[in-house]
Design a protein around this ligand. Structure first.
Ligand code: HEM
Length: 479
């Protein structure tokens, strides 16, 4: 429109021919740190040109409001990154759009991710966590345990059991490939910022294809397996029971869905979405929570008193009673504020040229929300860098998408549909770890020296994996 043509593009750092301002990120800093520092100079709506693509970086509540709420529809799409192009043509939830996306997302919410479904999965969580605790007790007072590695098995098993009823074959190989795929889906893949040079990226594409083949053979087997079992049930005249998400998806595939069809391959992609979106994110939050607690012994002591008192007062303390553990919830909230597992969320894309806070946002620009920086912005938080769970006492500020300075799961209609699923796992795992065990650092490390450096990548875990010695305090059979 005429009004728009008078607007300026958002400010941003100087660019070099060809690479744009990629050099501003090539300084050894993590992208979320470098972008926070740049935003201090250029403001909360900032334009960074990487290669040939405009990236708009948002670092304010008002900016998030525009992108995720007010102008939601114009920013609902995601850029089709190389990973999606090579692997599944965007037929999953994360990368798809429009009526197809809405349908797929609704199926997954109803079939797996809604609060009601999440509650119904409590026995799966209980079993998986129990085997972890048993394993942990064999290490009691002996050797350190890598928290991420140990919890990761639990998170993955919970997701795989809920999504397709079991563990996958060749689990190790499959998970390694999945992690590689997530890593490659960061937005700085060459062909993603230099589309006209995608020949440069042949090697990368070959790599993605190799990884995808590994993943595809496993998911193909899973879906075929389900189809066969359903056929058997039909032949036996058994009722058409839905056991897990894949069963639900297959059933929906056969239905008429108001003209929207779900191709067979999309079921495989949804399996990958659930694992890629749901497993390491959850584990990452748990690892950071434990690290912050170890670093702050007085907070650890306080939360353990709450947990052990509550558990000793009720014989069959279960997930429904977690609601009473107010301080535990504050601790987890505070850990998520400082350590959002996806610091820049997942990228969105601007459909039509529009205005955001007085600036012109060009059609096709990719939009990154620096959730990590928002969670540590002194404008919104007092003692922003400090771990103080009490800050949330008596406050309604939460990460569910209503407080736009605190958006680890995104906000609005395209926010994370797995929030309830993920937080249910985080809460019960942290609860059990702290109830049954005391924790100490290996001899050479002091709590205040714990290395809290973040790892580079799409999912931001601890660079130096947290390693702790468990000491069994409350025997497993006592609960
Ligand atoms: C517990 C930690 C988790 C965090 C921090 C997290 C974070 C996010 C974020 C930031 C987004 C992008 C939101 C946006 O663009 O506004 C997202 C999307 C998504 N997440 Fe999660 N997530 C978590 C757990 C899960 C779980 C447990 C699942 C599934 C089992 C899941 C599945 C998804 C899917 C499918 C999307 C894409 C949604 C869409 O594009 O419509 N996430 N998540």
């Amino acid at each position: 429109t005429n009004g728009q043509s008078k607007l300026n593009l958002p400010p941003g750092p100087w660019t070099l021919p060809f690479i744009g301002c990629l050099h501003h990120l090539a300084n050894g800093k993590l992208p979320q740190h470098a972008m926070r520092d740049l935003a201090r100079s250029y403001g909360p709506v900032m334009l960074l040109r990487f290669g040939q693509i405009d990236h708009v970086v948002i670092t304010s509540r008002e900016g998030v409001q525009e992108v995720m709420k007010t102008q939601y529809a114009n920013f609902a799409d995601r850029p089709l990154l190389s990973v999606a192009k090579v692997s599944n043509s965007g037929c999953d939830i994360i990368f798809s759009t429009g009526a197809y996306w809405r349908l797929l997302r609704r199926i997954c919410v109803n079939g797996l991710l809604s609060l009601k479904r999440v509650k119904s999965l409590s026995s799966i969580r209980h079993e998986e966590i129990h085997s972890m605790l048993e394993c942990l007790s064999t290490f009691s007072d002996k050797s350190p345990v890598k928290i991420f590695e140990m919890v990761s098995k639990v998170s993955i098993n919970i997701v795989t059991r809920a999504v397709f009823g079991g563990r996958c074959k060749r689990q190790e190989v499959f998970l390694k490939a999945l992690r590689e795929l997530v890593q490659l889906s960061s937005w700085f893949c060459v062909s993603d910022v230099f589309p006209s040079l995608s020949w440069l990226d042949v090697k990368m594409r070959r790599e993605i294809l190799r990884i995808y083949r590994v993943l595809d053979s496993t998911t193909e087997e899973i879906v075929q397996d389900h189809l066969e079992k359903q056929k058997q049930r039909e032949n036996n005249g058994d009722e058409d029971v839905e056991y897990d998400l894949v069963d639900v998806l297959i059933k929906t595939m056969k239905d008429d869905n108001g003209g929207v069809s779900i191709p067979f391959d999309s079921i495989k992609s949804v399996i990958l979405d659930m694992l890629a979106g749901g497993a390491d994110t959850t584990t990452t939050i748990i690892e950071w929570t434990m690290a912050e607690l170890i670093k702050h012994p007085e907070i650890l002591a306080k939360v353990q008193v709450e947990i052990r008192t509550a558990a000793s007062e009720k014989i069959d303390f279960n997930e429904n009673d977690l609601i009473k553990l107010r301080y535990l919830k504050l601790v987890i909230k505070e850990a998520i504020r400082l350590h959002p597992p996806a610091p820049l969320l997942l990228p969105r894309q601007c459909k039509d040229t529009c205005e955001v806070l007085g600036y012109l946002i060009p059609s096709g620009a990719r939009v990154l929300i620096n959730a990590w920086a928002l969670g540590r912005d002194p404008e919104y938080w007092t003692d922003a860098e400090q771990f103080i769970p009490e800050r949330f006492e008596g406050s309604s500020v939460d990460f569910k998408g209503n407080n736009l300075e605190f958006v680890p799961f995104g906000a609005g209609k395209r926010s994370c549909p797995g929030m309830d699923f993920g937080t249910a796992v985080v809460e019960i795992v942290v609860f059990k770890l702290l109830l049954h065990f005391d924790w100490k650092l290996p001899d050479s490390v002091k709590p205040n020296e714990l290395d809290m450096t973040e790892e580079f990548g799409a999912s931001c875990r601890m660079k130096k994996p947290l390693s702790l010695i468990p000491i069994l305090r409350v025997p497993l059979s006592d609960i």
